[in-house]
Design a protein around this ligand. Structure first.
Ligand code: ATP
Ligand code: MG
Length: 386
């Protein structure tokens, strides 16, 4: 059984959309799948799945002493797919106590399925990080905007710290060193991880070896969503570089997904996009991700659960994403042309689209001028802006 937690740092970048549609794609490929709504406090998987009348979920389970966990693993309208609803409107579930969280993780690990997909909440709080750490190969999804990327990076930084903290035993020299750093007032966000690891290696080789063992199989996947243009994929390279340089962490590219207006229509129809329009660019991108996960799982089991990940494999994954970004863009453009040719998209629609884009460009230009002026002022005032 493989657990696939989906996290992001920033909200609204497509975690739930990916969780639901990826679950369906894997289920259609014949895998037994369970999708769990762990965005406690902001559950919406039932809406995206189109499941009505959901009465119970994780919230009810945690609040009833004698409820069996299996009672909240519900069947869906789709073959091979089951669903664990979130809070079912029980307040307070967002702030799980440690014991509750551990109980939940244990139950999730015990679910019988090929894949258990966890839709997580936005942010980097302990619970989200711990759910993410239920697997060495969780998915971090981001969009090409600078804030989304920064949040994805900060999320991973929190994950690495959690891993460091849980690896170093109480009373070990490594833990003492970490405590000293904290006491000196540097918050976790300001610590330079490679130097910390180097120091631990020197002062406490045993803890260092433990940490190496933990991190060896920890390689999160990256999904870049909401692309508009093939160039947007360069943002994933930046994130990769930051993780490598500042966190000593290698992430692997799992795929790109363009923004697709059909998603809004699918939402309104209460159908997941891969059911509503399996041939759309968005659905195809999700099928591609599902295929990669299935193939990777087969390779891994051949290697007897040893992760066979080399820098070459990771490099290839980023090159592949580059090609996907080009190919999907062409498909998108061809689709627009087809719409135009068959009359579904009138010239008026096209003019409207171009006008909107021109408006957006002029807004961006204005913003740019504004930032430049601000920068010039800051520099003249004697401040280094960055
Ligand atoms: N590739 C895409 N094309 C079009 N719309 C998209 C795409 N990805 C996500 N969306 C839309 O963006 C919105 C946010 O997506 P979603 O709810 O999946 O994000 P999230 O990360 O789960 O958000 P939250 O942090 O609030 O849980 C939704 O309306 C969704 O339909
Ligand atoms: Mg969500």
């Amino acid at each position: 059984m493989r657990i696939l937690p989906i996290a992001s740092g920033k909200g609204g970048v497509g975690k739930s959309l990916l969780a639901v549609n990826l679950s369906l794609a894997l289920a259609q490929a014949g895998k037994q799948v369970v999708v769990a709504d762990l965005d406690l406090g902001g559950s919406n998987v039932h809406l995206i799945l189109g499941q009505t009348g959901v009465q119970k979920g994780i919230g009810t389970y945690l609040n009833s002493a004698d409820m069996d966990f299996e009672e909240i693993v519900l069947d869906t309208d789709y073959k091979n797919l089951r669903f664990i609803p979130g809070d079912a409107e029980i307040p307070g579930t967002a702030n799980l106590k440690t014991g509750q969280k551990q109980k939940l993780i244990k139950k999730i690990r015990g679910v019988s399925a090929d894949f258990v997909i966890l839709d997580l909440g936005a942010g980097s709080n302990y619970n989200i990080v711990d759910f993410f750490l239920t697997s060495g190969r969780g998915i971090v999804i981001t969009s090409p905007t600078p804030t989304a990327n920064l949040n994805a990076y900060l999320f991973l930084k929190n994950v690495i710290f959690r891993l460091i903290h849980s690896t170093f035993k109480k009373d070990s020299a490594a833990r003492e060193h970490l405590n000293k750093i904290y006491a000196a007032g540097s918050g976790a966000q300001r610590i330079y991880v490679p130097r910390l690891i180097q120091t631990i290696k020197e002062i406490d080789p045993k803890s260092y070896a433990l940490f190496r063992e933990q991190i060896r199989n920890f390689h999160p996947w990256l999904v870049l969503n909401l692309l508009e243009d093939p160039k947007d994929n360069s943002k994933s390279l930046k994130l990769r570089r930051s993780c490598r340089e500042y966190l000593d962490l290698e992430i692997e590219h799992l795929g790109i997904i363009y923004r697709d207006d059909l998603q809004d229509v699918a939402l309104k129809s209460r159908l997941p996009i891969i059911i509503y329009k399996p041939n759309s660019v968005l659905s195809q991108a999700i099928y591609r991700i599902a295929d990669k996960l299935i193939v990777e799982g087969e390779e891994e089991s051949e290697e007897q659960n040893e992760l066979n990940l080399t820098i070459e494999t990771i490099d290839e994954s980023f090159e592949e994403a580059e090609v996907e970004a080009e190919v999907d863009f062409e498909t998108k453009m061809r689709y627009m042309e087809d719409l135009l040719n068959c009359g579904a998209l009138t010239q008026g629609d096209l003019i409207e689209t171009i006008k909107t884009q021109q408006y957006e460009i002029s807004q961006l230009k204005k913003e740019n001028i504004f930032f430049k002026a601000k920068l010039a002022k800051a520099i003249n005032g004697g401040f280094a802006a960055y």
